[in-house]
Design a protein around this ligand. Structure first.
Ligand code: KPL
Length: 295
């Protein structure tokens, strides 16, 4: 398969590296990472160690079989506008937050799949991505139901050793992932702790509060997400990624804008009743971003 990974950050680079073992991969990203990959290939370190030689570039190619969109949520609209001029057979979002697929689907002329990915990765240096957590990729039609395209894409990912499942209940999966991200990302970023530190907080901690509120808003939106399920998934991810730095903590430590609008902000925007924990987390992170002129 000809696969273009749009967004060669930590997750995009890891997925691109894993997929390049089986498929023709183009990684679209920024300098100096792109130059390093072009010159010496992409080194994957950590849980698996290998080097692959995907094509790396800073602009989109004309098309391909699949575009995997892995850019930060605040860049989705810009990438969607660029993808509108390309010819892809399918597009898959593996981004954090809600609403990315709708933005893509408005712009492109091919099926758009939603994906949730729990693989852990860290860009160690230009040309090197550290594989920090073995997870899984779940993908399917954003509104739910069976998708033959999702079956094909999941099969292509599995052929490259990426644990992947085509799912028919993506709305629930997306809200489950949102609850986990709402709980973990801002709290670990603001407190500058590894994900595992949240396991040592009392049951009424901030992370739990954010997950509870997110489950309630999901139900308000007609998605069946029991509070217990949101809490147990959050606990499980905290355990599975205990040593990892969340993507929002990585953003803050790199002095970059975060995805808070698409995570805690998305919960606040969709809530019918007050969501004070998500609101406070979103405000604190936005205060940090404004102080650095990042928004
Ligand atoms: O997806 C993540 C992220 O960091 O964005 C979690 C699941 C919180 C793992 O770190």
């Amino acid at each position: 398969m000809d696969i273009v990974v749009v967004g060669a950050g930590s997750l995009g680079s890891l997925l691109g590296g894993l997929l390049a073992r089986e498929h023709d991969v183009v990684l679209v990203g920024r300098e100096p990472h792109v130059g390093a990959v072009s010159d010496g290939g992409l080194a994957v370190t950590g849980l698996e160690q290998f080097r692959v030689h995907p094509t790396a570039r800073t602009d989109l190619p004309a098309g391909g079989d699949l575009a995997v969109v892995a850019v930060k949520a605040y860049d989705t609209a810009a990438v969607a506008a660029d993808l509108a001029d390309c010819a892809f057979d399918a597009c898959l979002s593996v981004q954090n937050g809600l609403g990315n697929e709708a933005i893509l689907a408005d712009a492109v002329d091919c099926p758009v799949l939603a994906g949730t990915c729990t693989y852990g990765a860290r860009l160690a240096s230009p040309g090197t991505v550290e594989f920090t957590g073995r997870g899984e990729l779940t993908l399917g039609a954003p509104a739910g139901g069976h998708s033959a395209v999702a079956d094909d894409v999941a099969g292509a990912f599995r052929a490259a050793g990426v644990e992947s499942t085509a799912a028919e209940d993506m709305p629930t999966r997306l809200w489950e992932k949102l609850a986990v991200n709402a709980a973990i990302n801002a709290t670990t970023a603001l407190a500058r702790v590894e994900n595992g530190a949240l396991a040592r907080q009392p049951g009424d901690g901030l992370a739990d509060g954010a997950a509870r509120e997110t489950a309630r808003v999901a139900r308000e939106q007609g998605v069946d997400l029991p509070t217990d399920r949101a809490l147990s998934l959050t606990e499980q991810v905290i355990r599975d990624t205990a040593a990892n730095r969340s993507s929002m903590r990585q953003d803050i430590e790199a002095g970059q804008r975060t995805e808070v609008d698409a995570i805690n902000g998305a919960v606040v925007d969709r809530a019918r009743e007050p969501v004070p924990v998500n609101e406070t987390l979103a405000r604190l992170v936005r205060t940090w971003e404004r102080a650095r002129d990042l928004r």
